[in-house]
Design a protein around this ligand. Structure first.
Ligand SMILES: *[C@@H]1O[C@H](CO)[C@@H](O)[C@H](O)[C@H]1NC(C)=O
Length: 259
């Protein structure tokens, strides 16, 4: 408890531009979406933030996502599970990273960096056999918001996918976006954040329906090096390279006003 308090003081004490507080726990990755927050630890334990506490869920996972398409996770063996009526239900496919963002999109990348998506009707049907479509580019990380999907490849190049809709998750074409990133996350409200190889965090500025790729990256002034970022409802959730979780309130001026 003392250690926890110490950490909270450390992180909330005028750390950088953003008012950040430390959350308990050590995570490898987390995802915030649709008002929910889930995370996985280095040894594969999975947690959901409930009543101001991390509550453990069954299973051993490598990656978790929560969003308009529900709660999904992939196991150490790349199997895909969806939480339905409080039980993990396995669906078809193998992924190493998964994202349930945007307008009920479900997308992900596999161990060969192939990219897959399913349309909204398949999510709604609650089938266990999912008709995954494959995209024509290899990416290490892929994430969708209401204004399209963003990804990074193994060379840390950043890409945006145009014209992704609930009935055409494949979209139409790629556009390479400036910036060298190791991960990129599109939030439920359309805002986009990325982490670069050095652990710096960036927000994509100027995103709007007419210019969904935005204009430029603005680096956030943070005190720690970051390995993972997620954004939902005015808060940025960061996992530091040490695994600590920070929750940062974005000032009004930085919150997205897209939709
Ligand atoms: C991409 O990022 C990784 C991990 O941070 C780094 O080791 C690698 O050198 C980067 N590659 C390029 C081409 O920048």
């Amino acid at each position: 408890m003392l250690l926890l308090l110490g950490l909270m003081l450390l992180y909330s004490a005028d750390c950088a531009d953003l008012p950040c507080t430390a959350m308990p726990g050590l995570m490898k990755q987390l995802d915030a979406g649709n008002g929910e927050l889930c995370g996985v630890t280095d040894n594969g334990n999975i947690f959901r933030w409930t009543n101001q506490n991390w509550v453990q869920l069954p299973g051993q996972m490598r990656h978790v996502t929560v969003g308009p398409a529900g709660l999904w996770a992939v196991t150490q063996d790349y199997n895909i599970y969806n939480m339905r009526d409080n039980n993990w239900v396995q669906v078809t496919g193998l992924l190493q990273q998964i994202d349930a963002g945007g307008d009920k999109f479900l997308v992900g990348t596999n161990f060969n960096d192939n990219v897959f998506c399913v349309n909204q009707d398949a999510i709604d049907s609650k089938a266990t056999s999912l008709p995954w479509s494959s995209l024509d580019r290899t990416l290490r990380y892929y994430s969708c918001g209401p204004l399209g999907c963003w990804g990074v490849n193994s060379d840390n190049q950043t890409f945006y996918r145009y014209s992704v809709t609930p009935t055409n998750c494949l979209g139409s074409q790629w556009s390479q976006v400036d910036g060298s990133l190791v991960m990129v996350e599109a939030g439920t409200d359309g805002s986009v954040y990325g982490v670069d190889p050095e652990g710096n965090v960036y927000k994509r500025e100027g995103i709007c329906p007419k210019n969904p790729t935005g204009i430029s990256w603005t680096q956030l002034d943070l005190c720690s090096r970051i390995k993972h970022v997620s954004y939902d409802a005015g808060y940025l959730y960061l996992v530091t390279q040490m695994g600590h979780v920070l929750k940062c309130a974005l000032p009004e001026s930085m919150a997205a006003n897209l939709l």
